[in-house]
Design a protein around this ligand. Structure first.
Ligand code: EAX
Length: 328
């Protein structure tokens, strides 16, 4: 009889241990909500999903990443403020809205400052970019890595843009960034800052004539449905900083922080590769979707926006502008 009781007790105990074990495995210790403004098919989203897969694997399921696309958690400005308030743990955005928080980020918004994507990636991944990310600590933000949005081109519903004068009178949506607005003003366009989430409807209702974004956004956000002309100005390069709430990052144990870093570095290569692969076929795709696409001679555009460099030297340290402009 006694033997049976001991056996039954051992069985109950092992079941309990098993249940606790399953419960523990089921409940991740850390849930990271990542918010962004782009479509679920854009590399921002796919890159963050890949980050989530990698960090969950590296931490045996302790970290669970939930990605919220399409401005579900607010605009890029809302997301930056959300990191500071602790209402969201992580975001991937363009640098443009950060200019209001740290002026140095404006350097990346200077028109035509990078000649090609290889130079741009090397620069943002260098000590120049790292120093900028580190500056965000004073704003309660942990700047982690630069992913990529890409070179921005103009779309509109009025006419092909082949030279700066063609922009005269075009009501163009810009990001909430002074350099973006001044660059289009100097070319006699009529810039309107607007959160990305409101853009498609504004184009559809023709309250604005145009916008400017990289090809992958024009495609994944279906701007081809509401924009007739695509002019390949490639006037700004948008890096995409991945940011975490500093208080949240600091609360993570060192091994979890290490897994976050490793996973973000791996997923960055994946996100950039996705963009490269998409860009290889997007001109053909967008033409098939009905967009009238033209290339441009960039020289007149570069000349037209040159005064922006003088205007912003001082607000952006002159030596930083020189370093980025001459980065090799
Ligand atoms: O960062 O607002 C924009 O046009 C940005 O390219 C977009 O939010 C992705």
């Amino acid at each position: 009889m006694k033997k049976h009781c001991i056996f039954a007790l051992a069985l109950v105990l092992s079941l309990l241990v098993g249940l606790v074990g399953v419960a523990a495995a089921a409940e991740p210790a850390y849930t990271v909500r990542v918010g962004h403004t782009l479509a679920p098919t854009h590399p921002y989203n796919l890159g963050m999903v890949r980050f989530g897969e990698l960090v969950s694997k590296k931490t045996d399921g302790k970290v669970n990443v939930e990605v919220f696309h399409s401005s579900q958690l607010g605009s890029e400005r809302d997301l930056i403020e959300g990191l500071q308030l602790g209402t969201v743990e992580m975001t991937i955005i363009s640098t443009a809205p950060l200019a209001g928080f740290t002026a140095d980020f404006l350097v990346f918004d200077l028109p035509f400052i990078f000649a090609d994507v290889k130079t741009a990636r090397a620069c943002v991944d260098s000590d120049i970019g790292q120093k900028m990310l580190d500056q965000l600590a004073s704003q309660g933000i942990k700047g982690l890595y630069f992913y990529e949005n890409g070179f921005r081109s103009v779309t509109n519903s009025k006419r092909p843009i082949t030279k700066p004068e063609d922009l005269a009178g075009i009501k163009i949506r810009t990001m909430e960034n002074p350099i973006h607005m001044d660059s289009f003003r100097i070319m006699k366009a009529d810039p309107t800052p607007m959160a990305f989430g409101e853009l498609f409807v504004a184009l559809q209702q023709k309250t604005i004539d145009g916008q400017e974004n990289p090809l992958a956004i024009i495609d994944t956000s279906a701007f081809y449905e509401v924009q007739e002309f695509l002019s390949l100005t490639e006037h700004f390069y948008s890096p995409a900083p991945v940011l975490m709430a500093k208080a949240y990052y600091d609360s993570l144990p060192a091994d979890i922080q290490a897994a976050v870093h490793e996973s973000l570095v791996e997923a960055r290569a994946y996100e950039r590769q996705l963009l490269d692969d998409m860009n290889a076929s997007l001109l053909d795709t967008l033409a098939k979707r009905g967009m009238k696409i033209n290339t441009v001679d960039k020289a007149p555009f570069i000349k037209a926006v040159q005064p922006i460099y003088e205007q912003y030297t001082g607000k952006i340290p002159a030596d930083l502008i020189e370093r980025v402009k001459n980065f090799k």
